[in-house]
Design a protein around this ligand. Structure first.
Ligand SMILES: Cc1cc2nc3c(=O)[nH]c(=O)nc-3n(C[C@H](O)[C@H](O)[C@H](O)COP(=O)(O)OP(=O)(O)OC[C@H]3O[C@@H](n4cnc5c(N)ncnc54)[C@H](O)[C@@H]3O)c2cc1C
Length: 458
């Protein structure tokens, strides 16, 4: 049984009458395995003696919709459909190509549904849908947390930092870090698919047919989908996890999991990853403590994309240093095109442009330098979020908002005072040079740029 702690009923509508099915809307957890929301929907379908219909969609109206994100999501569709159907559920996928295409498919499906279950998600489109739709849908609307190992609802308040979150997480792990088997569906789906169902066979053509930004090309490194996610996890556990604790901060050693795009789109679940890698405490710290601290922050903060979400000490010190002289200053455009004086920073930005993510250690440096070289602190945050929205496969995530604000002091503490940063932690090139192999990283990124392909990944 899915724990009640994970499920929230977001309206007071009565169940649909003479319904044909229970509806699961896979917004953020596009997988069949270890998916508490899908399991909850199966339990509801069995209780109502109805079949289950799984609905997945891709619209063209989300911020910065582009070829990269569309391709990654579409690459996940065929395998998800196959595995949903193997459960005995129905599956329907809607690709909204033109802005004038219908935006009513969910409401159409809801007319014949007893109730709807979807993913509980604290930011971006998921949060927006879950705030707006329940009042309009006319049937019970459940949001279920299938993203976190320990349920978000276990932390009723905003946590101050990792050190306040950590003991709570560890207390909850014996109850939640357990294999999760999906319940069996009792009633098979026997109807035809809706007429608008979009078969996903030629992904290139489908992407081309959409009214989206075609200037952002697919990642040269990451293919989307469950099979790729499983391969990444397998390779990490078999080949790299042993090096994680010593080498995770050495970007050119490739010791991390690189699972963040797959976790973001729910093509793999944090619980599955945690169970496969629980022998490495340093990895558990990132995957569970840090990631779930980010979900906690996004859930309890009304505007995670504003500097006003920072703790008071950070806001005060930034205010005090707002007008400090910047030695270098770049426009959003110069940042985007990797045109700064710093070859390491430019390589990080090019990694974002080509791969769709930046190694975690250099990502801190990347963010800190945007603060140092932007005309104001607010423009620095806007630039970081803009670049993530547009290029990062793991962007638009609780980790995005939280980690960007971490660069400004969130979940951190005051350090020594200096220009522009005030008492916010500073990171400099010399530190990177001392602690990491900067030339090897720059060489690797130059190779990607030159060859247009990534021998390290895919
Ligand atoms: C400025 C900045 C922006 C960032 N933006 C994002 C983002 O958009 N999306 C994103 O997923 N992460 C973001 N991070 C956090 C971190 O850099 C990435 O999660 C990590 O690099 C992903 O690579 P990986 O999967 O190989 O991580 P691994 O080291 O293999 O860790 C496994 C998983 O743990 C989680 N994790 C790892 N490090 C952190 C962390 N510091 N905080 C929270 N969770 C973590 C991620 O889900 C990651 O996939 C950002 C960090 C900074 C400093």
């Amino acid at each position: 049984m899915v724990s009640n702690v994970r499920a929230r009923l977001l309206n007071a509508a009565a169940p649909g009458r003479d319904s044909g099915y229970v509806l699961y809307w896979a917004q953020m957890n596009r997988r069949v395995e270890a998916n508490h929301a899908l399991a909850f929907a199966i339990e509801k379908a069995n209780a109502c003696q109805l079949p289950l219909l799984v609905y997945e969609a891709l619209t063209n109206t989300y911020r910065a919709a582009n070829d990269r994100i569309h391709t990654f999501v579409l690459e996940g569709v065929p395998e998800f459909q196959k595995r949903v159907e193997a459960l005995g559920a129905g599956y329907a996928f809607y690709l909204r190509r033109r802005k004038s295409d219908s935006n009513r498919t969910l409401y159409e499906l809801a007319k014949r549904a007893a109730l709807i279950v979807t993913d509980d998600y604290p930011c971006f489109i998921g949060a927006d849908h879950n705030a707006r739709i329940p009042a309009k849908i006319g049937i019970p609307y459940y949001a279920v947390d299938a993203s976190c190992v320990t349920p978000m609802a276990s932390y009723p308040k905003r946590e101050w930092a990792a050190y306040t979150m950590r003991p709570k997480v560890h207390r909850l792990l014996p109850e939640h870090l357990l294999p999760f088997s999906m319940p069996k569906l009792e009633h098979r789906w026997r109807e035809a698919r809706p007429a608008w169902h979009t078969p996903v066979d030629n992904i290139g053509q489908l992407v081309e047919s959409c009214e989206i930004d075609h200037s952002v090309k697919p990642s040269i490194s990451y293919t989307g989908g469950r099979l790729a996610a499983e391969r990444h996890l397998r390779e990490f556990v078999e080949k790299r996890i042993g090096r994680y604790s010593a080498e995770r901060n050495s970007p050119s050693n490739h010791a991390t999991s690189e699972l963040s795009p797959y976790l973001h789109f729910g093509q793999i679940g944090a619980l599955e990853v945690a169970l496969a890698s629980s022998a490495c405490p340093e990895f558990m710290e990132e995957l569970i403590v840090r990631r779930e601290l980010a979900f906690n922050f996004a859930r309890h903060c009304a505007e995670p994309d504003r500097l006003s979400a920072l703790p008071e000490w950070a806001q005060l010190t930034l205010h005090k240093h707002a007008k400090d002289r910047r030695e270098h200053m770049y426009s959003q455009d110069a940042f985007e095109q990797a045109r700064t004086h710093d070859s390491l920073w430019n390589a990080c930005q090019k990694e974002m442009l080509l791969r769709g993510r930046i190694h975690g250690y250099y990502r801190m440096y990347w963010g800190k330098k945007i603060i140092e070289w932007s005309p104001t602190h607010q423009t620095a945050q806007d630039t970081m979020l803009y670049l993530h929205d547009k290029y990062a496969l793991d962007g638009r995530d609780p980790n995005t908002y939280t980690s960007v604000l971490w660069c400004f002091g969130l979940h951190d503490r005051p350090w020594g005072e200096r220009p522009v940063f005030g008492t916010i932690r500073y990171m400099g090139y010399d530190g990177m040079k001392r602690k990491t192999d900067v030339p090897a990283y720059i060489q690797e990124i130059e190779y990607l740029e030159r060859m247009g392909k990534d021998p390290f990944r895919r």
